[in-house]
Design a protein around this ligand. Structure first.
Ligand SMILES: C[S@@+](CC[C@H](N)C(=O)[O-])C[C@H]1O[C@@H](n2cnc3c(N)ncnc32)[C@H](O)[C@@H]1O
Length: 326
């Protein structure tokens, strides 16, 4: 009965959605700060914004919330011991608004304990809470390797030389149900030189020392290599155009952006053209801009107006002088 009512509600909304265009109808009672042909960006606390959305309406959430850092960013960071309690209501809403085959991709960095060269477990506790209390399934743990990361905290890494550089961030790929929509054929990478040679020469089936039997299929060309769960990218590469455009337009650039490669990988892997991608902690709206470039519809929320105004530089179609009203 409850399921029937949910379906009816979603159908009502679907009837109003345009096939293309910003999915503004999903967020009742909120005015976007700007919108494009594919998406809308809202300057708001994303919790009430998420609560205003209908259940089972979004295909993918890709986001990077403020981390529980010792060295605080200008937009504020939640304390480690409060983090799980702070994140949970967002997780509950994200679970509710995702379609049954939808995914929630959460980029979250680790952190040191105060005054000690030991690491906090807060991001693992967040993962356990999202799975055991909210009901997500861990589809895969992925990693962002950022070779451009600075060696920090200085005390333990460059002064006392007791720890090595921390260059990896976690990306928890969570699914609403056990079988989320996903297709790794959409994220194939170029074969290695060795593999190209092997494809040319042909492959003789054999048993590896590990015991795995590798069949002749291994030697067929499948159009590219299946990528690993590690995305290697500096966060300066795909953002330099954004930084230049912010400077030209007189805006301060966002201080903690992820590279385009992160949302791009998951949007390609987990959605189709026209699907809806949402970022509730949008910052410079890299997620929205990437979704748009891949012809997915998008919704973004950011609490700080300055960041969202600046994020307009990512969209060639937008005027920078005044926000485009809904
Ligand atoms: C790590 S940054 C996201 C950066 C983004 N991934 C990018 O590439 O630009 C986190 C953002 O969440 C915003 N934020 C924090 N609490 C929020 C809330 N309750 N609602 C909406 N945005 C929030 C912060 O202002 C900050 O810009």
């Amino acid at each position: 009965m409850r399921r029937q009512r949910l379906c009816l509600r979603v159908k009502d909304y679907q009837a109003e959605w345009p096939i293309a265009g910003a999915p503004t109808a999903l967020v009742r009672g909120f005015q976007p700060l700007y919108r494009t042909g594919f998406g809308s960006a809202y300057c708001t606390d994303s919790l009430p914004w998420l609560r205003a959305m209908p259940a089972e309406s979004v295909d993918l959430v890709v986001t990077s919330p403020p981390y529980a850092l010792e060295f605080k960013k200008e937009y504020g960071n939640v304390a480690k011991d409060k983090y799980v309690g702070w994140l949970k209501p967002f997780g509950v809403e994200i679970q509710r608004i995702l379609k049954p085959q939808g995914s929630f991709v959460l980029n979250i960095g680790g952190s040191y304990n105060q005054g000690s060269p030991t690491r906090s477990l807060y991001h693992f506790k967040a993962l356990v809470m999202l799975c055991e209390e909210v009901g997500f399934h861990l589809a895969q743990e992925c990693f962002w390797y950022n070779p451009a990361k600075l060696p920090s905290p200085a005390e333990w890494v460059t002064v006392r030389r007791q720890r090595v550089k921390d260059s990896v961030e976690y990306i928890w790929w969570l699914a609403k149900q056990r079988f989320p929509k996903a297709n790794n054929r959409k994220v194939l990478t170029e074969y290695s030189a060795d593999m190209k040679r092997l494809l040319k020469r042909g492959y003789r089936p054999k048993q590896r020392p590990s015991g795995h039997v590798i069949t002749a299929k291994f030697g067929s060309d499948h159009g590219g290599a299946i990528p690993p769960n590690l995305i290697e990218r500096g966060n300066n590469e795909s953002n330099s155009g954004y930084i230049r455009a912010c400077a030209n337009a007189g805006y301060k650039a966002h201080p903690a952006r992820f590279p385009q490669a992160i949302p791009e990988f998951f949007i390609k892997l987990l959605t189709d053209e026209g699907d809806i991608v949402l970022d509730p902690f949008a910052g410079s709206n890299m997620t929205g801009a990437t979704a748009e470039s891949l012809e997915r519809r998008w919704l973004a929320a950011e609490i700080k107006e300055g960041y969202l105004l600046a994020s307009r530089v990512r969209f060639a179609s937008l005027s920078l002088s005044k926000p485009t009203a809904a």
